[in-house]
Design a protein around this ligand. Sequence first.
Ligand SMILES: NC(=O)c1ccc[n+]([C@@H]2O[C@H](COP(=O)([O-])OP(=O)(O)OC[C@H]3O[C@@H](n4cnc5c(N)ncnc54)[C@H](O)[C@@H]3O)[C@@H](O)[C@H]2O)c1
Length: 385
Amino acid sequence: MKVGIIGSGTMGSGIAQVAATSGCIVKIYDTKQEALDKSKKSLEKVLARLIVKGRIDEIEKLRIQGNISYVNSLQDLGDSNLTIEAIIENLAIKQKVFAELETYVTDDCIIASNTSSLSIASIAASLQKPERCVGIHFFNPAPLMKLVEVIPAIQTSTEVLDKATQTISDWKKTVAVAKDTPGFIVNRVARPFYGEALRIYEEGLADFATIDWALKSLGGFRMGPFELMDFIGNDVNYTVTETVFTAFYFDPRYKPAFTQKRFSEAGYLGRKSGKGYYDYSEGAIKPTPTEDKDLAQTIFDRVLVMLINEAADALFLNVASATDIDNAMTKGVNYPKGLLTWADEKGIAWCVDKLDTMYNEYHEDRYRCSPLLRKMNREGKIFFK
Ligand SMILES: NC(=O)c1ccc[n+]([C@@H]2O[C@H](COP(=O)([O-])OP(=O)(O)OC[C@H]3O[C@@H](n4cnc5c(N)ncnc54)[C@H](O)[C@@H]3O)[C@@H](O)[C@H]2O)c1
């Protein structure tokens, strides 16, 4: 299979590595020669590291590198069976590139976008044959993260969706098919992990270190929400939240937090700026959490039930299947357990009760219980047998 990648930044380079490792002939295109050079160098480094770790040998390294060529013209992608675009997150620019690309490729070439926040329908609309367009959303780092969300637009043909899904499975990734809705699965369902943690902090219930400790020790999350926001970058994480909030017509469930906005405005972006919710400068001492078990339980229950509510509502609105929603969170963002599985374990009645208690306390729409949870509770159902 011949694969064309547009954009040789973080995502394009990672996707090219995945495709080339699976034996595809890959051409990667970027408008900037420096970006192509950087991509080539970073692949060399990544593969050298895999040799040191004993994952691949020199022959395999040369095979992967031999499968990738770096090109300066979009026209060079003309013989691709599949193209995946991973350029700047700007609709007008993506549409322009898609319209031009379509004049070079054959009629049966699939044209995909790795966009995180734009609708696939709006990108597909730039094509003469919009039915060939589909979202193929990898997670960073693409070679390591198992999950890929495949998103059919309303224009996408069944044949294109099937081919895209099959190709991504052949690349040994777990596919979760998601509806073309803001944040798809992961970037929607994960919002409360950050949002509720920030709200708990803003209410003065606990500090960053205590909230992180509660979610790691009771929930088994690898990183607490504040550690994770610092890792992702407060600017990047805030923008995703704001984009999802706006795209959902300002549904209060996704309302961004002033705390994160101020941290972002102040340049406290996290690890990359040396300071975020924590101090990353040399010799800095990490604050110790208040190890109060009852407080930890309150924090953990509140964040978990909000995550479960979001996952249940995504299922209620047919964003994806229950299995795909659970796989998305365990394989896309390394959650210790799928949220719907977690709901079954905690009990649907427990979830409804926790949400209703918060709703009664706050009278905020943010805490409204998903109709699906309420219905399942009434009917004594669970998500998985
Ligand atoms: N970084 C992430 O964690 C992540 C995860 C999933 C999806 N995405 C999405 O993937 C896409 C790329 O993100 P990234 O983080 O790799 O960005 P990046 O900035 O690392 O790379 C983008 C590359 O595209 C190139 N480019 C810009 N305009 C171009 C054009 N018109 N033609 C060809 N090349 C062009 C740039 O020179 C750059 O090398 C975005 O749509 C983003 O939303 C990013």
